[in-house]
Design a protein around this ligand. Structure first.
Ligand code: HEM
Length: 185
């Protein structure tokens, strides 16, 4: 895999303008994040359960659902704590989350609206709990970074699988994708 998670994080950080002020604000609200994480997890899985295809993916085993509640609350809180100041550990964790989703066949069509749900639910809760508007913006930015990791994992894994299988160069692959896009209406 060619993607370096920390470098990718830095690119995204600049792209979405995730600032030191955002980080300080998130850290100072980590207790609130911890408090609401279980409710956010419930709301998130209630959303996924409404869709038959996603519900089937969730219920492949009883332990899976239990694991998911724990991994979701951990993930949610890590956005507030930043783990290692949003460094190598944070980036590697996000990359691994992306890879897990690719492996089980969860694609952009599932993940993008799911993350929109997180942003919406957290926005509602923030309002109810009288939390500052800037916290919503900071959370929105880190959610977009985390989303980009999951999406990028999908692209990286599929393209590197094609390259390995066919022996094509990256340049050739990109040209084929570009020409392919021209032929699809
Ligand atoms: C906002 C988007 C999402 C976030 C933040 C998220 C978060 C996570 C995390 C943190 C893990 C654990 C990864 C690990 O084991 O290292 C995970 C695994 C998983 N997620 Fe998601 N997820 C998202 C979207 C979805 C969607 C849309 C589905 C669709 C059903 C889904 C289903 C699963 C499943 C089945 C697993 C594997 C559980 C297991 O067997 O361990 N996730 N997710």
């Amino acid at each position: 895999m060619t993607l370096d998670p920390r470098t990718f994080f830095s690119t995204l950080e600049q792209r979405v303008n995730f600032t030191d002020e955002d980080k300080a604000l998130l850290k100072s609200h980590a207790d609130w994040g911890k408090l609401i994480a279980p409710d956010m997890s419930d709301a998130f899985y209630a959303y996924l359960e409404r869709d038959e295809e996603m519900a089937n993916m969730l219920h492949q085993s009883e332990e899976r659902m239990q694991r998911l509640h724990k991994t979701f609350t951990d993930w949610f809180m890590e956005m507030f704590t930043g783990m290692d100041e949003w460094g190598v550990e944070y980036a590697n964790r996000r990359w691994k989350i992306g890879l897990v989703h690719v492996r089980i066949g969860i694609g952009p069509q599932h993940v993008v609206p799911a993350m929109a749900t997180v942003v919406q639910k957290v926005g509602q809760r923030l309002k109810n709990d009288n939390q500052p508007e800037e916290l919503k913006d900071a959370l929105g930015r880190i959610c977009m970074i985390d989303l980009a990791f999951i999406e990028q994992a999908y692209v990286e894994v599929s393209s590197s699988a094609v390259l390995q299988e066919t022996g094509w160069t990256e340049g050739l692959f990109k040209r084929l994708v570009a020409t392919g896009a021209n032929t699809i209406n």
